[in-house]
Design a protein around this ligand. Structure first.
Ligand code: IPM
Ligand code: MN
Length: 357
């Protein structure tokens, strides 16, 4: 029996709706496998700004540090998107959390459920069998380098910076994962142009000498963007920098049919944070339409990675698979052939998932 304390941080928009389902799934697992999970909630993002003026209140950060894992929703609000002058922004909360918790490795598994082959805009024969694990570096790069304005504010800059140490620690995680999979690693950079990418490549090449059983391929990010769509089966494990990883994983989400299916794990020095890769989606917030599967699958990653509960984690993934096999869909993964009565809302499909656990 495991005794664990989980902090639920739904954040903004559909984060609230989908995280509620993810939490129910954790609860069901605890009941079924006789574990004791306790929960607390905390604010981040726009809702935290509204309540406290701060996108990551100290109280939230403290609670995160004192939890065994964090189930996270999303941050963002349209009111900031078209206001580049806003000084306080929901995303600052997310970035500060990543830095403060030392979450340098962001794992984004891109796995296509067979039932969703037709949900993607990519041809089924190209997709079938795709299974990619991205390691996105999460606390460095242009996201965290010096930024500012000069020339009376008429010029702006963001510095992309990596230390050897930062590349080594994410690289090592990716090599270790490749060892447990098909032993193929693609390292993505822009070493033909960027100095930070040249250092990235140097370090990955050094690591490769320690992992001779892993076959390494080096790609420039523009080529990766193309090959992902042309031949996704070519990839097993991919390791890349923060900004490239952000962009490539949104692209790769289409391999899995929908962003609504993709979970992620952010890990590093302390508490792990588990969250969908999708955003707050204010266009559908409160309508009960959001696909909760990314949150449910994030809960599965949480059980596996932070708690070491592999069987429980597989039970969750299996439940999602069964629900898809029975033909249930949310709107984002339905297609022209889906009968109307099989298209369910957030809570209803959540109930179906719970039934299958
Ligand atoms: C993500 C998001 C964030 C990022 C935003 C919300 C700051 O797009 O987690 O991928 O760019 O990292
Ligand atoms: Mn992103």
């Amino acid at each position: 029996m495991a005794k664990k304390h989980i902090l639920v941080v739904p954040g903004d928009g559909i984060g609230q709706e989908v995280t509620a389902v993810g939490k129910k799934v954790l609860d069901r697992i605890a009941a079924k496998y006789n574990h004791e999970f306790t929960y607390d909630e905390a604010l981040i993002g726009h809702v935290a700004i509204e309540a406290t003026g701060n996108p990551l209140p100290d109280e939230t950060l403290e609670k995160m540090k004192n939890s065994d894992a964090v189930l996270f929703g999303a941050v963002g609000h349209p009111k900031y998107d078209n206001d580049p002058t806003a000084k306080v922004r929901p995303e600052q909360g997310l970035l500060k959390m990543r830095k403060e918790l030392g979450l340098y490795a962001n794992l984004r598994p891109i796995k296509l459920f067979d039932e969703l082959l037709s949900a993607s805009s990519i041809k089924p024969e190209i997709l079938k069998g795709s299974d990619i694990l991205f390691f996105r570096e999460l606390t460095g790069d242009i996201y965290f380098g010096e930024k500012g304005r000069k020339n009376n504010g008429d010029t702006a800059y963001d510095v992309a910076e990596y230390s050897r140490y930062e590349v080594q620690r994410i690289g090592r995680k990716a090599f270790e994962a490749a060892r447990t999979r098909n032993k193929k690693l693609v390292s993505v950079d822009k070493a033909n142009v960027l100095e930070s990418s040249r250092l990235w490549r140097e370090e990955i090449q050094k690591l490769a000498l320690e992992y001779l059983d892993v076959e390494v391929e080096y790609q420039f990010v523009d080529a990766t963007a193309m090959i992902l769509i042309k031949d996704p089966k070519r990839f097993d494990v991919v390791v890349t920098a923060n900004l490239f990883g952000d962009i490539l994983t949104d692209e790769a989400s289409q391999i899995a049919g929908s962003m609504g299916m993709l979970a992620s794990a952010s890990i590093g020095d302390g508490t792990g944070v588990y969250e969908p890769i999708h955003g707050s989606a204010h266009d559908i917030t409160g309508m009960g339409l959001a696909n909760p599967m990314a949150s449910v699958l994030s809960a599965a990653l949480l059980l596996d990675i932070s708690f070491g509960l592999k069987e429980e984690s597989n039970a969750v993934i299996n439940a999602v698979d069964q629900v898809l096999k029975k033909g249930f869909r949310t709107k984002d993964i339905a297609d022209a052939n889906t009968p109307k009565d099989m298209i369910l809302g957030t809570d209803a499909i959540g109930e179906e998932i719970l039934k299958m656990i």
